[in-house]
Ligand binder design. Structure first.
Ligand SMILES: [Zn+2]
Ligand SMILES: [Zn+2]
Length: 267
């Protein structure tokens, strides 16, 4: 049983619940460790990131929760940091590196906001060619490997978010495979775990996690490692379907929470 979850959003960014409420559920359900990872401030305005002037409150709130659960539940203050994040807010316990936008012709094109928006962007900036868009996306993902701090690779193939229902990308095409393999090779060199992220399942977009089973197999065969994460935006989905998809890691799963041994027995 996996006892930790490190990709969790709260009301500080686009999650539904407070940090306190999420921590209470984590504790009650027997988790050993929880990592908060709200969306980092960006270099442009969005309505789903922590505002820069709220970062101090975010850190202080997590610090209070850490103290409250000391010896009972490990609590970490992380961030899900977009490639185009505003990084000027000091160090946190850990960083999930994610790509939610590609920057093309000076314009930030969202990867995962909605299929309609994706269609508009691909038409406008990639001449309607989804494979070109995917190649561009994986170039951006590869550049996460240059980040100064990177502890977890977030939802590696987010570009396929709507592909189960809409079928805009041919995942069997050689161009597509070449694109993700190049990005995976760059990131494997950083020797940090890739997420097996069940967030799009709990929110009804997909039936399988990021990355695909084929990509997981490739990463594992090259010596990469994995960490299960729920990308929760509500407290009910902590550790969502972890038991079901742990096998995607091909025996290369990192279970950080095992290292945490609370003084008091958990419920
Ligand atoms: Zn994300
Ligand atoms: Zn997230």
């Amino acid at each position: 049983m996996i006892c930790g979850d490190y990709h969790v959003h709260s009301v500080f960014s686009d999650g539904r619940d407070t940090l306190e409420d999420i921590a209470a559920v984590a504790y009650k359900t027997g988790m050993k460790e929880i990592g908060f990872s709200d969306h980092s401030p960006m270099i442009f305005d969005t309505d789903w990131n922590v505002r820069k002037d709220r970062m101090k409150a975010y850190r202080e709130t997590v610090e209070l929760i850490k103290k409250h659960y000391e010896g009972r539940l490990g609590v970490l203050c992380g961030i899900e940091r977009d490639l185009y994040a505003d990084r000027d807010y000091g160090e946190l316990d850990y960083v999930i590196g994610s790509v939610h936008f590609v920057k093309k012709d000076g314009v930030f094109c969202p990867v995962d906001s909605s299929f309609e928006e994706l269609q508009r962007e691909v038409e406008a900036r990639f001449a309607g060619d989804y494979l070109s868009f995917a190649e561009y996306y994986y170039d951006e993902v590869a550049s996460l490997s240059l980040s100064k701090k990177l502890d977890i690779v977030g939802h590696f193939d987010l570009v396929t978010k709507f592909n189960e229902k809409e079928k805009y990308l041919d995942a069997e095409s050689e161009r597509y495979k070449k694109a993700w393999k190049c990005a995976a090779d760059e990131l494997i060199k950083r020797d940090v775990p890739f997420e097996i992220n069940t967030g799009a399942i709990s929110r009804g977009y997909r039936t399988t996690p990021y990355p695909s089973k084929e990509i997981c197999g490739y990463i594992a065969s090259r010596g990469g490692r994995f960490i299960l994460s729920s990308d929760s935006h509500a407290k009910e989905t902590l550790r969502y379907k972890f038991d079901e998809f742990g096998n995607y890691a091909n025996g290369r799963l990192v279970d950080r929470a095992c290292a945490y041994s609370p003084a008091d027995p958990l419920i």
